[in-house]
Design a protein around this ligand. Structure first.
Ligand code: TLP
Length: 345
């Protein structure tokens, strides 16, 4: 049987034996009463790793971002964020629907950051006529820009601007530990200028579920109420939090492996004229399809046991993760080579 190499996302990874063991053995309590010792441990560890006073465990990255956005703003305000931001494009418009917020997009730069000058131009105070800026949001690493690690200096510059205008700054750090590995800078330093930062356990860190939102104690207190409102108050959540503790202690340093595998994959794809790939800084390969039809390519890859997703009309996204070995990448590349030998594109 053909081995399926699933590169659709790092979210598809499955927990290994050791992670499942710590989950099965986790000490639990009712987290809505703040009684779950494993959740409390995970939250303390997350806050420490991100250099913030407190953290809150939530089911998903989407809920972490939404709870952050709701906690920072009032309905009718404006959120300034990148045109390729996950919050803007992929979170079902929750900030608009549930927060009554207006999204004001500025261009995402090639490195996933935002130009402080362009952000400064759109910041505004509430008047009789105009909404005021309630929040600025960044993303690091930047998913749709190809897993780019936004440089610390760029985050700091936006932090300075945000502070000068008395506007909070949130970082969607779903893959911040990939940024840590790519930049060689601790996650807490990367997020230093941000008032809040979210990160996911269920992506590169290999957990089945879960994300964290980190910030000041007072901010997290407010966010807990929004989590409850959104239906994210979980009970014996220590079962899943245990996976997070395990991942933060064991799966962070290995992320560089995923990055090396992504580089190998991009090189293998890029040698064909049919594709133009990014040079991945982290675990996301973007391949622009310059010859042939994208849907056709996806079908051929799937038939060969290589799964990817579309990320634009003529762009495929392939993501490496904890369940993908170097041998899997070599196998995927050789299958793609074989497809290309057989087709005139
Ligand atoms: N990203 C998913 C898809 O939604 C595209 C993926 O496969 O990459 N922020 C960023 C930067 C993300 O990439 C994602 C998920 C989220 C937030 C949302 O996380 P979840 O899926 O846990 O709600």
């Amino acid at each position: 049987m053909t081995k399926i190499i699933d590169l659709r996302s790092d979210t598809v990874s499955k927990p290994g034996e050791e992670m499942r063991r710590v989950m099965a053995e986790a000490e639990v309590g009712d987290d809505v009463f703040s009684d779950d010792p494993t959740v409390n441990r995970l939250e303390a560890l997350a806050a420490e790793r991100l250099g913030k006073e407190a953290a809150m465990f939530v089911p998903s990255g989407t809920m972490a971002n939404l709870a952050a956005v709701l906690s920072h703003t009032r309905p009718g305000e404006e959120v300034v964020l990148g045109d390729r931001a996950h919050i803007f494009n992929m979170e079902a418009g929750g900030a608009a629907r549930l927060g009554g917020l207006q999204m004001r997009v500025v261009r995402n730069l090639a490195d996933g950051g935002l130009d402080p000058g362009e952000v400064a131009e759109v910041l505004r105070k509430e008047t009789m006529h105009s909404p005021g800026t309630g929040l600025i949001a960044l993303e690091n690493t930047h998913n749709f820009k190809g897993g780019t690690a936004v440089p610390v200096a760029s985050v700091d510059a936006l932090g300075e601007l945000a502070r000068a205008h008395d506007v909070p700054l949130h970082m969607d750090g779903a893959r911040i530990f990939n940024a840590q590995a790519a930049l060689g800078v601790e996650a807490k330093r990367i997020a230093h200028a941000c008032d809040s930062v979210s990160f996911c356990l269920s992506k590169g860190l290999g957990c089945p579920v879960g994300s964290l939102l980190c910030g000041s104690e007072e901010f997290i207190e407010r966010a807990r109420r929004y989590r409850k409102m959104l239906g994210g108050g979980m009970r014996q959540a220590g079962i899943i939090a245990a996976a997070g503790v395990y991942a933060l202690e064991n799966n962070v340093d290995r992320l560089a492996e995923d990055h090396a595998n992504a580089a190998l994959l991009a090189e293998g794809l890029g040698k064909h004229e049919a594709f133009r790939t990014n040079q991945p800084q982290t675990n996301i390969v973007m391949a622009e399809i310059v010859r042939g039809d994208a849907g056709d390519w996806m079908r051929k890859l799937k038939d060969a046991g290589v799964l990817a997703v579309m990320s634009g009309p003529q762009r495929m996204r392939l993501v490496t993760h904890i369940n993908i070995t170097r041998t899997d990448v070599e196998l995927a590349v050789s299958r793609i080579d074989t497809i290309l030998e057989g087709v005139a594109v």
